[in-house]
Ligand binder design. Sequence first.
Ligand code: FES
Ligand code: FES
Length: 156
Amino acid sequence: MNIKINGENRDLGAIDPQTPLLWALRDELGLVGTKFGCGISQCGACSVLVNNASVKSCSFPVSSVGDAEVTTIEGLAESNGDLNPVQQAWVDLDVAQCGYCQSGQVMAAEALLRTNPNPTDDEIDQAMATNICRCGTYIRIRQAVKTAASHLAASE
Ligand code: FES
Ligand code: FES
């Protein structure tokens, strides 16, 4: 099976089509920035983009990717190494505490801003409610989403 990840076609060989995308990413392709939390679609630590939607990769069979483009945390930065606006806002506002949930949080925020580039606080809270942070960084997450949105608006 071949799937398109971070702009490249990657060969997953004879992988079981029911394998969760998370394990294809981590175990087959070495893309370990995507984390395993609950494994039952409840925490969001495993969030990646499938096209522009945030998907919980622990519960998403790799065969369901089809022709879509998967983006992981490793694929967000520019080819010259510059962080994308969401990543940069996360760094600037020092959002992470333990960090375990944060690649999923960044991907969920990226999905939100791709579909709603100027979200209200309520829209941010609603969109990000899919992603749990046991360290309680929610206030900084919301601020970082707003910061990324303003940088995106300024760059247009
Ligand atoms: S590990 Fe996928 S939602 Fe928790
Ligand atoms: S930063 Fe620790 S779980 Fe979110």
